[in-house]
Design a protein around this ligand. Structure first.
Ligand code: UDP
Length: 474
């Protein structure tokens, strides 16, 4: 029997070794599934008042990364959180949502129990080695994955009312599925190959060859493309041939019941942090695009300006690997580690590894400032979570961050890749608690508009327009 509960974030193979003895089979028979996951009518227990629209069956496609995986690893971050939270909301609204993702470990049940609430399933489909794969290897297995999804859909006699694909590789899967079983198709890129190339240098970031061409095919064929911000939309229009009317701008959301002001003293006590210590916080995947090197260089400039900062401030880096040996195995983490040492910051920078979001809220609350020094962000969920938790955010003036962070009100926007500008922006916030609190409060007010229920409502309205035969856009 499988279908036993998986703790949040146990989708990575290495977290699942202990499951080996207890997982007896990889195939879950319909009769073994929890009632809410069996085919048939949706569970409407969480149906919001006044919401009486017809429930639909939706296929979420998250091919290369599982929404249940712990964020903060190399391939796990905002997209995982986005897919997870959107599904939770759509399920609550009564829709039957199945998310298909590539199986990365034979130890993970193919249909695990989740904490995503009623009407939502995550289905792991074997394609290629059941292990983490490079992007190129994953792309090579994409057709096998689409075939696996088709086989599952056939075996369960499912008929989807809509496909919603995430990231360019899943777009290819949606293309395949709807060639066989037509239904409206919504796509969200999360990152665009063109922007990643532009920010890191053409061909950097080991993006694989077909990406730009496949992205163009998706623009040509999907019924609607979700852009995260007006800037994301503009990047699409600048870099691809695309019909503006099919792009819908809907930002990601934030869990306002989790990310909220808790009081700095309480958060600091929860983390065991001295009350007079200034905590600078960075949260993100270990990826050159996140610009952590710029932040380290800015820290070095600040310490040169005021050496006493060495005793009374520190930078916590959340995400990536915590222990030195593991860090050495990842090129980006090794680069950051070496830079930390060469700048003489060993005693000021702590690598905390990935943290789950229940812990993150304490860090955001305890921080004097949250820094998002990225070279490119289509949105920047970390900035939004920090704002919702009452922390000022200093971010690069790029992508979605430019619209999310209100310069001078909820934090500061600085040119990316400019350590001196970042140090100048950090300086006033390090000392001034009143400024920190005022900016934090403004951030909370801005973040209120981004609660997941209202964001998912906007996605649902887009779906409804497509079901009614009305094109996207607006
Ligand atoms: N995150 C997390 N634990 C970590 C690191 C990150 O839960 O250790 C989450 C974070 O809360 C946010 C997401 O991962 O929801 C990162 O999203 P963002 O848009 O900032 O970056 P992306 O990963 O999409 O580049």
């Amino acid at each position: 029997m499988i279908g036993r509960p998986l703790a949040r974030g146990t989708c990575n193979g290495e977290d699942l070794r202990g499951f080996m003895d207890t997982v007896e089979s990889q195939t879950l028979h319909a009769s073994e599934r929890p009632a809410s996951l069996r085919r048939g009518g949706p569970d409407l227990a969480g149906w919001p008042d006044g919401h009486r629209r017809a429930p639909r069956r939706i296929a979420m496609l998250s091919y290369h990364t599982c929404p249940l995986a712990a964020p903060g690893g190399k391939e796990t971050g905002g997209m995982n959180v986005y897919v997870r939270e959107l599904m939770r909301q759509l399920g609550r609204r009564g829709h039957l949502v199945d998310c298909y993702t590539r199986s990365q470990s034979h130890l993970v049940p193919h249909i695990p129990d989740t904490d995503l609430g009623p009407n939502v399933r995550v289905i792991h489909v074997a394609a290629g080695r059941e292990a983490p794969l490079s992007k190129a290897e994953a792309w090579a297995a994409v057709d096998a994955f689409a075939a696996g999804v088709e086989a599952f859909v056939g075996a369960e006699a499912l008929r989807y009312d809509l496909y919603h694909s995430h990231y360019w590789m899943s777009g290819r899967v949606a293309e395949r599925l709807r060639a066989r079983a037509p239904a409206p198709w919504v796509h969200m890129f999360h990152t665009l190959g063109a922007m990643k190339d532009r920010s890191l240098g053409e061909g950097a970031g080991a993006e694989i060859g077909p990406r730009r061409g496949v992205e163009q095919e998706i623009f040509d064929q999907a019924d609607a493309i979700v852009a995260a911000t007006p800037v994301d939309r503009r990047h699409m229009l600048e870099s691809y041939r695309v019909d503006d009317a099919r792009i819908e701008t809907i930002p990601p959301g934030v869990d306002l019941s989790l990310f909220r002001p808790l009081g700095r003293a309480r958060a600091r006590a929860n983390l065991g942090l001295p009350a007079d210590h200034a905590l600078l916080l960075f949260v993100g995947r270990p990826d050159p695009v996140k610009g952590l090197d710029t932040l380290l260089r800015a820290m070095a400039l600040l310490v040169a300006r005021d050496p006493s900062l060495r005793e009374r401030s520190c930078l916590c880096v959340i995400g990536g690997d915590k222990d030195a040996e593991q860090r050495g195995r990842d090129a980006e983490m090794a680069r950051i580690d070496a830079l930390r040492a060469s700048l003489g910051l060993d005693d000021m920078v702590a690598f905390m590894g990935p943290q789950d979001q229940d812990a993150l809220v304490d860090y955001y609350n305890a921080a004097q400032v949250v820094v998002v020094p990225s070279r490119y962000e289509s949105f920047g969920m970390v900035a939004l979570e920090a704002m919702a938790s009452g922390a000022p955010v200093i971010a690069s003036d790029v992508g979605g961050l430019s619209t999310l962070v209100r310069d001078g009100r909820t934090g500061f926007l600085v040119p990316y890749g400019d350590p001196a500008a970042l140090a100048d922006a950090l300086w006033p916030l390090l000392e001034d608690d009143a400024l920190r609190d005022a900016m934090g409060a403004q951030g909370v007010a801005v973040a209120e508009a981004y609660g997941w229920p209202s964001i998912a409502g906007r996605v649902e309205r887009l779906y409804e327009r497509l079901w009614a035969g009305v094109p996207a856009g607006g």
